[in-house]
Write a protein that binds this ligand. Structure first.
Ligand SMILES: *[C@@H]1O[C@H](CO)[C@@H](O)[C@H](O)[C@H]1NC(C)=O
Ligand SMILES: *[C@@H]1O[C@H](CO)[C@@H](O)[C@H](O)[C@H]1NC(C)=O
Ligand SMILES: *[C@@H]1O[C@H](CO)[C@@H](O)[C@H](O)[C@H]1NC(C)=O
Ligand SMILES: *[C@@H]1O[C@H](CO)[C@@H](O)[C@H](O)[C@H]1NC(C)=O
Length: 401
């Protein structure tokens, strides 16, 4: 898609060196696969703030008027990196640190799900030195300092199923590329944005990060920014405090939200896995066979499309003990006594869309299909303390049951 639109742009450039101004809609630039409730999803990730503080932050309060404030959204663990990893792969594989990691090629991500229907996607990372950059951090040639872009806030690049594939790697771009795509009306259907270490609040303050976000929102939320219904999610990777549940502030904004839901609150239980389950439902995608299955989809999406929200959106059975502050054992845990192989996905699971596990996942894991697995589609939350994952023979689930 992109290459053909680049081609036509350069052709136009040859014909008219004076002006490239042509009226184009996104549909001319990128193929739009319609979703049930939205055609585009943009998520912006800020850093390390407690829910209570975001509630009284001026820019957050201001932005909340334009959308839905999620009152019970929990991050997966601490520190930052595992939360990002979880949001695109359906697990954080025991990760308990921010150092460079690699996740084996046989682990699929949301990208494999998008490929089943030709849904375009990109990650935009402020101050990344070049497309598909694999270093730990920027080196001073972009931004102001050596640590403006950091790999730990770019989940895609740590998955070998992405970093060993040139065309996928080339979807890991900079924020300047996002702004260019916005101007050219060629923003992909799934967008993951990490601001740099200043603008995401990591090295600055909540105020700074939310004010910066509000400025970016002014561009994204312009009525004329997109022709297609677009859902925008502003979230934090994790809370600041480790001694309480990992409760974070999250807003749903954008033209896809029904006007009557603007300036409302939603107290449904969510985690970062809700991003995956919502996307799978919206675009009728298969699932990853991991913790994506069983996570609540965003309530408004269900209500707008005839999903049985009363039966299917529920608290996890262990919601009262949610803490999500320390990582459970796993493949990426730095404590050797807590090392475990990558869990086998549960190939029996049916996801929010009613579809089974993606073929790419089945192909990679079929040989291990009988192994015990922690994934049961129940939506229960796991952590490294009270709620350790329980490995069992792979059972089925029936969504909605
Ligand atoms: C952000 O803080 C880290 C230390 O946590 C430091 O190494 C880095 O240089 C800082 N980055 C910027 C852009 O100030
Ligand atoms: C590389 O990525 C492209 C685009 O996602 C996909 O079509 C292709 O199958 C991938 N190749 C391999 C070997 O996984
Ligand atoms: C908010 O951000 C804008 C643009 O980034 C900046 O011009 C303005 O000074 C900021 N305001 C505050 C109160 O920080
Ligand atoms: C997945 O890849 C890992 C790392 O290469 C390997 O140890 C494991 O056996 C693979 N799993 C299967 C089912 O092939």
């Amino acid at each position: 898609m992109l290459s053909s639109s680049f081609f036509s742009i350069s052709l136009l450039g040859l014909l008219s060196v004076v002006s490239l101004e042509v009226t184009v809609t996104a549909a001319d630039k990128i193929n739009i696969v319609p979703g049930k409730a939205f055609d585009r999803f943009i998520t912006i990730w800020l850093e390390n703030q407690d829910y209570a503080k975001t509630l009284v932050d001026e820019a957050m309060v201001d932005m909340a008027r334009q959308g839905i404030q999620l009152e019970r959204y929990y991050a997966q663990t601490h520190p930052s990196q595992p939360n990002y990893i979880a949001a695109v792969g359906g697990d954080y594989f025991g990760l308990d640190h921010d150092e460079r990691v690699r996740i084996p090629q046989n682990v699929s991500t949301v990208v494999d799900l998008f490929d089943t229907r030709g849904i375009s996607w990109a990650g935009y990372f402020e101050d990344i030195p070049s497309p598909g950059y694999m270093g730990d951090a920027s080196d001073g040639k972009t931004g102001n300092d050596g640590w403006d872009y950091v790999r730990k806030h770019n989940p895609f690049v740590s998955y070998d199923s992405i970093n060993k594939n040139g065309s996928r790697l080339l979807n890991l771009l900079s924020l300047a590329d996002f702004k260019r795509a916005l101007e050219q009306r060629a923003v992909p259907q799934f967008v993951f944005i990490s601001p740099n270490m200043m603008n995401d609040g990591h090295n600055t303050t909540l105020d700074h990060a939310t004010n910066w976000s509000r400025e970016l929102m002014k561009l994204i939320l312009l009525p004329e920014a997109f022709d297609e219904p677009t859902l925008v999610m502003l979230t934090f990777d994790e809370s600041e405090a480790y001694n309480e549940p990992n409760h974070i502030g999250t807003l749903l904004l954008g033209s896809a939200i029904p006007p009557k839901l603007k300036n409302t609150k939603d107290a449904t239980f969510y985690t970062h896995y809700s991003i995956l389950s919502t996307i799978e439902y919206n675009w009728d995608l298969p699932n990853l066979g991991r913790y994506d299955v069983g996570a609540n989809i965003f309530r408004w999406v269900g209500e707008a499309t005839g999903y049985d929200v009363a039966a299917r959106l529920r608290d996890p059975t262990n919601a009262d003990t949610v803490k999500n502050s320390f990582s459970y054992p796993g493949f990426l845990n730095q404590d050797e006594s807590k090392w475990l192989p990558i869990p086998v996905p549960n190939l029996n699971l049916v996801g929010s869309s009613g579809k089974s596990v993606a073929e790419a996942v089945v192909k990679n894991w079929q040989s291990a299909v009988d192994k015990h697995t922690p994934y049961d589609g129940s939506g229960k939350v796991q952590d490294g303390e009270e709620n350790l994952p329980v490995y069992k023979p792979p059972g089925g689930n029936r969504e909605g049951a």
